[in-house]
Design a protein around this ligand. Sequence first.
Ligand SMILES: [Fe+2]
Ligand SMILES: [Fe+2]
Length: 190
Amino acid sequence: MLDSPEIFNRLRQDHIAARRVMAALEAEVDRVAQFHPPNLAPIGRAVSFFTGHMAEMHHQIEDMIFAALSRETSAKAAELRKIAEEHDAAGALVTHLSEVAAELATDAARARTAFCGIARDLIAFTHHHLRREESQFLIYADEHLTPGARHDITIAARALERTLAEKAGAEKAGAEKAGADESRWVRSPR
Ligand SMILES: [Fe+2]
Ligand SMILES: [Fe+2]
């Protein structure tokens, strides 16, 4: 369960997790660039990490903090907006990576160059974004977010966390049911 100071720790931990995911993705890009057959697991893990936890939880919390800080300190609003806009840019890069990764799975020779290019763009852009947040935004937010805003964001983050946990639970149950249906179908006489 999140408490108020823990929100900032969680954001920093997410950055560490993002760097690990990107290191595995970059190692795979290096292999693919050297004409090895693609290993889709680290690519899939990177896409689901960025489209799942980062997009649905991490960026949402940061966007709430951006909005609260912008309301409280209009002098920094333009700068904060620029960092917030990077979430949209990162989302577009991840969507593009996911499309190119699907092509890579079916036709590696055709998709190799595009995949390596887009994956390297995403990695470079995300490193830039994380550094910018760690050197500016998280420090500024720690110092300037009012107790009221911290409280509201903590409550909203907990609700978001619950919603996502329920969604993940429903998806897992759906997948298990599909698996059970499948095994029933396999066993049933034809
Ligand atoms: Fe961010
Ligand atoms: Fe972040």
